[in-house]
Design a protein around this ligand. Structure first.
Ligand SMILES: *Cc1c(COP(=O)(O)O)cnc(C)c1O
Length: 266
């Protein structure tokens, strides 16, 4: 069903800052309009697409205004930052989603505050999370991160390793598998970006046929500020949008992704 010519631009316009509640309301409205238009192009119901605002690097005072404008679910890449924010903003109604790579020794932190973890790609982490969640009497929605771009240093499982990995997860009763997450290739080439999203969707569709019990609702978390419209055309059910809502970040993306350093160091 993809709208699949490559006329959909990869947005690279600069992202204006947002500080006030009104700024956030305007940015959210603009992003929702683009989500709706992309869904329409693909013959999809925009209601199938969840918008997950990503608040990494954004100070707490500004997050308060974003929450006032209607953001009640927030994505964060780094556990320490997310934990601190969850504590300092505990008076607000926010569900926290951890969307970045997790080291086993941080599982205990995630277990206390997060409601969702989108970057599961190791059994060690699954085990550590399950143990901590049991202790805390909590459960966690998880998405399995898949490397769809074949970049060696990017996190996530190779698509061919995913079925065997999923078969291990029912052993962890506190983890509720919801589907998959991916980061597309970082390139201006829309065709290459689209190809990554197609891989994730193909994997989900294949597992829906062979092992539907292992993937829950089969969510596809794919698409960020620069490529969420393409992702929606390719079937995304969750777009993780930071800069288009909060404004451009100062930190380079290499701070969040292991592009410039060995995997495991982040
Ligand atoms: C930062 C981040 C995003 C959002 O990126 P933007 O360019 O700010 O939209 C999405 N997914 C992950 C895993 C991230 O770390």
């Amino acid at each position: 069903m993809s709208a699949a010519d490559d006329s959909t631009p990869i947005t690279s316009l600069e992202y204006p800052p947002a500080t006030t509640k009104e700024d956030f309301a305007a940015h959210l409205r603009a992003v929702r309009e683009k989500i709706a238009a992309a869904a329409e192009r693909a013959g999809r119901d925009p209601g199938e697409v969840r918008l997950l605002p990503v608040s990494k690097t954004v100070p707490e005072e500004r997050i308060r205004n974003a929450v006032a404008a209607g953001c009640h679910q927030l994505g964060e890449n780094k556990v320490q930052e997310a934990k601190r924010k969850s504590e300092n903003l505990a008076d607000l109604d926010i569900a926290w989603s951890v969307i970045g790579h997790l080291q086993t020794n941080k599982a205990k932190d995630v277990a206390v505050f997060a409601s969702e973890f989108q970057a599961l790609d190791s059994l060690h982490v699954a085990e550590a999370l399950d143990r901590r969640l049991q202790a805390a009497g909590r459960s966690l929605d998880v998405l399995v991160q898949v490397n769809t771009s074949h970049e060696e240093q990017k996190y996530g499982l190779a698509p061919s390793d995913v079925p065997a990995f999923l078969k291990q997860l029912p052993a962890f009763e506190t983890l509720h598998v919801k589907g998959f997450m991916t980061l597309a290739l970082f390139t201006e080439d829309t065709g290459k970006v689209r190809a990554c999203f197609k891989v994730l969707r193909g994997l989900r569709d294949q597992l829906r046929d062979t092992d539907p019990d292992l993937i829950g609702p089969g969510e596809l978390s794919m698409g960020m500020s620069g490529d969420y419209e393409v992702a929606i055309e390719e079937g995304s059910t969750c777009v993780r949008v930071g800069q288009a809502i909060f404004g451009a970040r100062n930190l380079p993306d290499s701070y969040y992704w292991p592009a410039d350093r060995p995997a495991g160091e982040a």
